[in-house]
Design a protein around this ligand. Structure first.
Ligand code: MG
Ligand code: MG
Length: 249
């Protein structure tokens, strides 16, 4: 069942979304070569808690940290730890904050210093594909319109689309219905109606769609070993334009 949010629910989700977006922005500002992923996680944790919120991911399904931090060929669910971030890395940070009974969920891939031109393009096109999807997130459209807009854009550049992990509804639970794949056919899937809130989150590989899970049972990496990018916003469907709940300036 798809939960439809009231205006007051959306108002609460704006707060959760803002804190999520701010934590992610702060992490991007602090990110630099030489720091560990655990240090970055602590910055995110402390900011979320300072705002009176709870990190959504901490303890979720047993996840041991506040943020997922996935470096280079890691796609999602990277576990913060002793790994040192290096010049030339691309670092995907996925953050959630819970407050007032609702979650926010947002991710972004950051470049550390100078990165290769192909990874620069991967990041740029992945972010663009998120916005191609968001353009379709209007009442009357279907989920498949979002999915196909994302896939069409990234396939033009020959990139791989992760199929095993997808976007989702967000609300009182971090993961709700409907599923929001990053591939599919326009005109298919559930109809979008005002009050739906979804996380749109393309996970795009430089080479090939394939992924596998590491021995820690969490971290998803590309099968090809090529780098991967991830951009995500929590988006509210309205009778007008979509609202990006996790976007902060
Ligand atoms: Mg996320
Ligand atoms: Mg998500």
């Amino acid at each position: 069942m798809i939960n439809i949010k009231s205006a007051s629910d959306i108002a609460k989700m704006k707060i959760a979304g803002r804190i999520t977006g701010e934590a992610l922005k702060l992490a991007g500002e602090k990110l630099c070569a030489g720091m560990t992923t655990k240090e970055l996680d602590t910055i995110i944790h402390d900011y979320i808690v300072s705002q009176g919120a709870t990190p959504s991911f901490l303890g979720y399904g047993g996840f041991p940290a506040s943020a997922c931090i996935s470096v280079n060929e890691e796609v999602i669910h990277g576990i913060p730890g002793k790994r040192k971030i290096r010049e030339g890395d691309i670092v995907s940070i996925d953050v959630g904050a819970y407050i007032g009974g609702f979650h926010g969920d947002s991710a972004r891939t950051f470049a550390v210093g100078k990165i290769s031109p192909e990874n620069e393009e991967l990041m740029r096109i992945t972010e663009e594909s998120l916005y191609k999807g968001i353009e379709k997130a209007v009442a009357g459209n279907r989920i498949g319109d979002i999915s196909s807009a994302i896939e069409e854009h990234v396939r033009k550049f020959g990139f791989g689309v992760v199929k095993e992990y997808i976007g989702h509804g967000v609300g009182k639970k971090l993961h709700e219905e409907p599923e929001v794949p990053n591939y599919g056919k326009a005109g298919h899937g559930p109809r979008l109606v005002p009050g739906m809130v979804i996380a749109i989150e393309p996970m795009i590989n430089l080479k090939g769609d394939g992924v596998r899970v590491l021995g820690n049972d969490w971290t998803v990496v590309t099968k090809s070993g090529s780098y991967s990018a991830h951009f995500e916003h929590t988006v509210a469907i309205t009778s007008d334009k979509p609202i990006l709940l996790t976007k902060v300036d």
